[in-house]
Write a protein that binds this ligand. Structure first.
Ligand SMILES: [Zn+2]
Ligand SMILES: [Zn+2]
Ligand SMILES: [Zn+2]
Length: 312
């Protein structure tokens, strides 16, 4: 523990220490440099007129976000996290794009899919069918017909990628987050995450989306971090994505849930399954997946833990 002689800052103090443009720039310069910078090299990079001001702000960071070693100044772990999160939101001009055709087919009807990017996520729409979820149309806004769901992706995910590549990256990013959640680990802070199944007892999919729950699946799952504000959720299958019996089935058919070139096929298997509720109390349900003529039936309990896996 010798490396940090200073007491850790409280979160309020930490944000206060960062609430200054010069200090944030110091962190970015050190992050871009990669290697430790001497006082004079860092000062030159900052191109500031007043070395006293520069020194004042640098000292506010040392011991909390910046480490001073014999080789010079460098970011410590907290400083790297700050720079990473700044850069994950950094996009040149416009962190959004309108509905754009992508090289993907709707896994409900097989027709072309469009993607749009807004509010930190990719939204997927079928150009033909009603999609998978009902969504209220925003007044005056564009119709949300065909909404298939949204995948989170930081704005930096748009960098140097076509709409098609963005959507594939979003699947990989999403599946990695889901695997962490399904393993009980918060993808933001690593604390334990709790999962809660949600079952629609009057589920009816006559019209693609259920009038009772608005969803496509009767069994869904919600995840909530026990430490930070992170929460997420979706179709019940998400709770199973880290189970080796499900992963075996996917990989045996050549589908890798974290390979951007494979995620399209994975999503077709992952999001197109039959669900049968066998018992409501105690809860038991069956999920049947299909790929290349083989089926996998997973029987799950009230925690959506797999109690039996049968391949045919
Ligand atoms: Zn469709
Ligand atoms: Zn329902
Ligand atoms: Zn968390």
């Amino acid at each position: 523990m010798a490396e940090d002689e200073t007491d850790p800052l409280s979160p309020d103090e930490a944000f206060a220490a960062l609430g200054n443009e010069t200090r944030v720039r110091i962190l970015r310069v050190l992050g871009e440099a990669g290697d430790p910078l001497s006082f004079s090299a860092l000062y030159d990079e900052m191109a500031m007129r007043d070395s006293g001001q520069f020194n004042y702000h640098l000292e506010k960071l040392v011991g909390h976000f910046v480490r001073k070693t014999d080789a010079g100044y460098e970011l410590d772990r907290a400083g790297r996290r700050v720079v990473e999160s700044i850069l994950s939101g950094a996009v040149t001009d416009d962190a959004s794009f309108e509905r754009t055709p992508i090289d993907e087919r709707c896994d409900i009807c097989g027709e072309p899919v469009e993607a749009a990017y807004k509010d930190g996520g990719i939204e997927l729409y079928c150009t033909e069918c009603d999609g998978r979820y009902q969504r209220r149309r925003r007044s005056g806004g564009k119709s949300d017909d065909g909404y298939l769901g949204a995948l989170p992706l930081p704005p930096a995910g748009l960098r140097n990628r076509s709409a098609d590549a963005v959507s594939r990256a979003a699947w990989t990013w999403t599946n990695l987050e889901i695997m962490a959640m399904a393993s009980g680990i918060c993808p933001r802070c690593s604390a334990p995450i709790e999962s809660q199944p949600d079952i629609c007892v009057d589920h009816d999919t006559e019209t693609d989306t259920c009038p009772s729950c608005g969803g496509y699946y009767a069994v869904s799952v919600g995840f909530e971090c026990t430490n930070c504000t992170f929460s997420s959720g979706g179709a019940g299958v998400l709770a199973m994505l880290s189970d080796t019996r499900f992963l075996d089935f996917l990989t045996d058919h050549g589908h890798n849930p974290i390979d951007p070139d494979s995620t399209r096929a994975v999503s077709a298997v992952e999001m197109n399954y039959e669900e049968t509720i066998i018992d409501e109390d105690p809860f038991e349900a069956e999920f049947t997946f299909e790929s290349d003529g083989e089926t996998l039936t997973l029987t799950v309990d009230a925690d959506l833990s797999i109690v039996e896996a049968v391949r045919e």
